[in-house]
Design a protein around this ligand. Structure first.
Ligand code: NAD
Ligand code: WQD
Length: 343
């Protein structure tokens, strides 16, 4: 079985991707420092795929420790690099943590990959690189803009690093997937998102409110230039997103495409915050306590993806509806409560 190193493989998107890799016949090897995940994610993965997946507790900024993993595992054929910090607000307060971890881990990883002649990389990028887009939907040709947070800037810098490496004549072949808004959880409810503290993302805030952990959801503004006045996003089911990584790995291993390619990964549909709330309510039958509040500073009014390039080159297509994604997020939230109740 082909070994794929998955940095950040115990995290939200990483754990779902590990499951899809196993199901597609690959041997994922997880590297994670558990700075934003729990070992229980490994148990969840094992329960879904029916066996343990190898995991190295390693910090990706530590080249020496990374080198030991490549030495031990020997025949790694490709890498998916999820490991990063992702809290936009925290990155404004502590930018050096973000530059060190997000940029430092990519540089260390690329150096070690080069030493071990591993030259296939899938990188986690983000629609945040498009800033406030001038036209919609955004294609991969839509200009990348000045980042509006240090977190966003790390994604932009990492894309530039990959661009410079590709231009240097390196043998590296990489694909940067620009995720739109990943939501939901595995249908088994054995893995999902584990937000630390008060969630800043919409869907974990919705599910925590619905289960009684939060009193009320505040919708950040209803005076935007959108059909109901609330922000528009492209919410993509995390399992569909995970599958995009498997097809990206396949493309790299088949030596198809340019030395560096960018793909939008979303659904292609724009959804307002109010529509997202309605989808949650209709999928779960749970009524949500919410109010309209002021705008949140820095919010992009509307963004959604054109996914034609990913559809054509990767054969990527989403299979889950927004309601299914909401239902899976809810089932995961309920299972978390049940597992805490058992402790
Ligand atoms: P997550 O925090 O759940 O997962 C990241 C994992 O990486 C965690 O398990 C964490 O412990 C690990 N990690 C962090 N720094 C590490 C390091 N130095 N060494 C080893 N492990 C480390 O986040 P996620 O939502 O799964 O995001 C995965 C990737 O996708 C990130 O690069 C993120 O920036 C990107 N992304 C996420 C979203 C989103 O909304 N979730 C959107 C666009 C892009
Ligand atoms: C979605 C919508 C909010 C919470 C963030 C990062 C971005 C990317 C994806 C990684 C917005 C509204 C939210 C709440 C609300 N991550 N909302 N009340 O802002 O699209 O992007 O995650 O790369 O970099 O910035 O996602 O889930 O925070 O918000 O009304 O309590 O929900 O205003 O319109 P966002 P989000």
């Amino acid at each position: 079985m082909k070994k794929i190193l998955v940095t950040g493989g115990a995290g939200y998107i990483g754990s779902h991707t590990v499951v899809e890799l196993v199901e597609a016949g690959y041997e994922p090897i997880i590297v994670d420092n558990f700075s934003n995940s729990e070992e229980s994610a490994l148990e969840g993965i094992a329960a879904i795929v029916g066996r343990n997946v190898t995991c190295h507790r390693v910090d990706c900024t530590d080249s020496k420790a990374l080198r030991e993993v490549f030495e031990k595992e020997q025949d790694i054929v490709g890498v998916i690099h999820f490991a990063a910090n992702k809290a936009v607000g925290e990155s404004v307060e502590n930018p050096l943590k973000y530059y060190h971890n997000n940029v430092g881990s990519l540089v260390a990883l690329l150096q070690v990959m080069e030493e071990f002649k591993v030259n296939k990389l899938v990188f986690s990028s983000s629609c945040t690189v498009y800033g406030v887009p001038e036209s919609l939907p955004v294609t991969e040709e839509t200009p990348v803009q000045k980042a509006n947070s240090p977190y966003g800037n790390t994604k932009k810098i990492c894309e530039e690093i990959l661009t410079d490496v590709a231009a240097s004549g390196s043998t590296l072949k990489s694909i940067a997937l620009r995720y739109f808004n990943p939501i939901g959880a595995h249908p088994s409810a054995k893995i999902g998102e584990l937000p630390l503290g008060v969630p800043s993302n919409l869907v974990p805030f919705i599910t925590q409110t619905a289960i009684g952990m939060r009193e009320q959801l505040t919708i950040f503004g209803n005076d935007y230039d959108t059909p109901d006045g609330t922000n528009i996003r492209d919410y993509v089911h995390v399992v569909d997103l995970a599958k995009a990584h498997v097809v990206a790995v396949e493309r790299l291993l088949e030596e198809k495409g340019e030395s560096l390619e960018f793909f939008n990964i979303g659904t292609g549909n724009g959804t307002t915050v109010l529509e997202a709330v309605k989808a949650f309510e209709s999928a779960t039958g749970v009524k949500l306590n919410y109010k309209i509040g002021p705008r949140r500073a820095g919010d992009v009014p509307k963004i959604y993806a054109d996914v034609a390039k990913a559809t054509e080159a990767l054969g990527f297509k989403t299979t889950s509806t927004l309601e299914e994604a909401m239902k899976s997020a809810w089932d995961w939230q309920v299972s978390l409560k049940e597992s805490t109740a058992k402790v």
